[in-house]
Design a protein around this ligand. Sequence first.
Ligand SMILES: [Zn+2]
Length: 152
Amino acid sequence: MKNHFLPQSFVDCGETFYIIDDAAHLADLPQPERKNRTGRLLKELLVRQIAFCEKREGFFCAVTSVSVGEDGFYWCPILFYRPDGEKAVRVSMENARCTACGRQVLAANPTLPHLYEFLPNMYDLAEEKERLPAVGCPCCGGKLSRHAIWAE
Ligand SMILES: [Zn+2]
């Protein structure tokens, strides 16, 4: 047996995630007992997310295996943000606008249902993230147009 890289794993909402900081490590993940259908598209998304995390404090990328049909699966990459000393939360990056100064910012939104897409209670899980404290505009502190727990 080759001495494989062993990714750090954790469970979030019942799904097992493996922390990935290099797309090359995808091949070393423990394979579910299914055919490998790792898609190129997902790998490109993963590469983009890893590049994003490398430049920003508190972010990391993790993958979870998602079943496709009876014998297939793919690795679904999810971006996580961990505020200082708090639990890591799934986030989606999006553009938001400051309602005070009008500045457009890059924001991490934890309230989008697609982050929980493969769970039966995806809407509830997304909605409860609205209770996480929102950050304001990095420029003036004004309210942002989207619920963000991080912005730059
Ligand atoms: Zn502002």
